[in-house]
Design a protein around this ligand. Sequence first.
Ligand SMILES: Nc1ncnc2c1ncn2[C@@H]1O[C@H](COP(=O)(O)OP(=O)(O)OP(=O)(O)O)[C@@H](O)[C@H]1O
Ligand SMILES: [Mg+2]
Length: 257
Amino acid sequence: MEVITIANNKGGVGKTTNAYQLVCHLANKGKKVLVIDLDSQANLSSTFGVQIQRTLIPEWLIGDVELEDVLVAAEGEQEFYDNISVIPSSRHLANLSKLLILSEQEIRRNAGRKERLLKKRLKDAEDFFDYVVIDTPPMLGDELIMALVSSNRILIPTQAQDFSIDGLEELMDTFEIIRETENPALEFAIIPSMVNKRRKIEKQRLEELSQSFQITPPVRNLVQMQESISMKTPIFLMGKKSEGLKDYKALWEALSL
Ligand SMILES: Nc1ncnc2c1ncn2[C@@H]1O[C@H](COP(=O)(O)OP(=O)(O)OP(=O)(O)O)[C@@H](O)[C@H]1O
Ligand SMILES: [Mg+2]
């Protein structure tokens, strides 16, 4: 079972969009995929047709409820949706850090430290899923730390603009700390996201970015990508000649996914 986290502490860079495309792509290849939505905005949950009043993620992490109690089947007509199970989020997840402080003693007994909670709980998923894909909120909080401790790799969608690239430093520092302390095997890939190569400045920033980091083929800024999310239809169902499909084919190939 491979665990993949999509993360960037900057908001609106394409985390949820990339997570959605990745999950559908893997499920369409016949892989069993567990989706964990760790963002209280619950965008990924709703893109999979799952809306709930109150998430049970805090209870699950602490060990009060079991995996089967938090799993919801993804909604969709195509067959590949049968391969997707979702652990959905809701607004309530915004209280996670506070709830974890209240459960400190229980956490110490179960996992030792709170950042290991998710990793510990994912052991129950190993026999049932090929992949776990985790969407995270736009901040460097407990959700992201837990996800990084649990993951084999982290995919970082990044816009080719100054502020996005500046923000990367903070995330890479966190990544290095996790690698040095809890998860030495953690890998990362930077995905240039919403790219408009006709803008000179973006092209320049991408070149600079590729000098400091290994970057994947880019996903361009395409109206079709917004339609894909609003129509709850993955890019591979939007026509064989779709420009978005070209980008994602190159991306998944580069990432061996
Ligand atoms: N390649 C793309 N081309 C055009 N629009 C895109 C592309 N990728 C994402 N978008 C749009 O950009 C917006 C933000 O994308 P998304 O929700 O995936 O970002 P996010 O990083 O998950 O945001 P948040 O930090 O709020 O969770 C959405 O409206 C989405 O449809
Ligand atoms: Mg998001």
